[in-house]
Ligand binder design. Structure first.
Ligand code: UT7
Length: 362
């Protein structure tokens, strides 16, 4: 059977930084608490829409794969924060890239979304349905964050990451996968006012219902269990011994969740990729950003045995055992950048403060 190979990778982080110290002016929190409880030091706030972040990550992934947009059969964008519900973010990306031969679809499995999309794209490639997919995780989650709620304000950031998945005769590819969901506790991590169940008249007088709301400790417990269980099961499916795993690239929601997942896999911290300090939780974008940075840092050898694991709203979770291909260097790069932004981070968030309330030293 044909295998699927990740042949390109790229990321796009908006330049504006919101530090833990900046947050001290917005909510009752402090750098010590955020660092020790989450591992996060700073996160990015985007001045452009989700599809623009996704497009640049996608261009960088195509350049790394050495292919043109016309070679892509499917643009799949994992996001729960598209620019618009109609059209999809993927359609906007398809047009921005000039991917004239591609279908385009968004997938929403919240923070697990990129892994869902990757697993489905690999399956379609391996089944011969398509030859080349551009799989992107992109989020502008801070649009839905109420910066008066310290339970969520300190956690999330914006960004995008992308991979190209291509058919190959090389060994490797997806060796084990799991996608899971438990909708019975959907309301422990949700944005109740963000869809068609919303009474729009009531939303007018209660904007907070549009914000992401989370019962942190309940989500934490379930994340530790689901990511640990799913990770061990995909390693088993792959037929790997635990000590054969070269690297864990987990969803970046909390270093304590990452540490617990690594312990379940009996992995030393040198085999775990963590970049949460710089970007916080970018939801569906964390794993493709982390994979890109792991490759850039030389942390992935040819043929590396990788475990991916994620958990998020839904509740949803996913894990994959993935054997990387023989090329770990990009074939090319693009010098394109996001348009420049003016003003500081607080002015960028001014519209958010006007909607949800709060702001510096409120
Ligand atoms: O990607 C999607 C999946 N999301 C996640 O996986 C997130 C999972 N949850 C978490 O990561 C953690 O639950 C949090 C980081 C959100 C919270 O950490 P925690 O250790 O579970 O803290 P907690 O909610 O149990 O709160 C402990 C204390 C409380 O004070 P008291 O009652 O002990 O006096 C909170 O009020 O910390 C307080 N607290 C804060 N203090 C300073 C809660 N948030 C903050 C804050 N700054 N931002």
């Amino acid at each position: 059977m044909t295998n699927s190979s990740i042949t390109g990778w790229g990321k796009c982080l908006p330049p504006t930084v919101l530090t833990n110290h900046d947050l001290e002016a917005l909510v009752d929190t402090n750098d010590d608490w955020i660092t020790s409880r989450t591992g996060i030091k700073e996160r990015r706030i985007s001045h452009v829409g989700t599809s623009e972040l996704a497009t640049l990550a996608g261009k960088r992934a195509l350049a790394a794969a050495g292919i043109s947009a016309a070679d892509v059969d499917l643009v799949n964008v994992a996001t729960c924060t598209p620019d618009t519900l109609i059209p999809s973010a993927a359609s906007l990306v398809q047009n921005n890239l000039g991917a004239s031969n591609a279908g385009a679809v968004d997938q929403n499995a919240a923070c697990s979304g990129f892994l869902y999309s990757l697993i489905m794209a690999c399956g379609m490639v391996e089944a011969g349905v398509i030859e080349t997919a551009l799989v992107i995780g992109a989020e502008r989650l801070t649009y839905f964050i109420d910066f008066t709620d310290r339970g969520t304000a300190v956690l999330f950031g914006d960004g995008a990451g992308a991979v190209v998945v291509q058919a190959t005769d090389e060994p490797g590819g997806l060796k084990g996968s799991e996608m899971g969901s438990d909708g019975s506790v959907a309301d422990i991590l949700w944005s109740p006012g963000s869809g068609t169940a919303t009474n729009r008249v009531e939303l007018e007088s209660d904007h907070k219902r549009m914000a992401v709301s989370m019962n942190g400790p309940e989500v934490f417990k379930r994340a530790v269990k689901a990511m640990g269980d799913a990770s061990t099961r995909v390693v088993d499916q792959a037929g790997w011994a635990l000590d054969e795993v070269d690297i864990l690239i987990p969803h970046q929601a909390n270093t304590r969740i990452i540490d617990a997942t690594a312990r379940r896999l009996q992995l030393d911290s040198s085999k775990v990729f963590v970049n949460i300090a710089s970007y916080g939780n970018t939801s569906a974008a964390t794993i493709p950003i982390a994979l890109t940075e792991a490759l850039e840092a030389g942390r992935i050898e040819p043929g590396a045995k990788i475990v991916f694991a994620a958990f998020g709203g839904g509740l949803s979770w996913a894990a994959a055992a993935y054997e990387f291909g023989s090329r770990v260097e990009p074939l090319g790069e693009t010098d394109e950048e996001l348009p420049p932004t003016e003003g500081d981070v607080m002015s960028l968030l001014a519209e958010n403060f006007a909607y949800f309330g709060g702001g510096p030293n409120q």
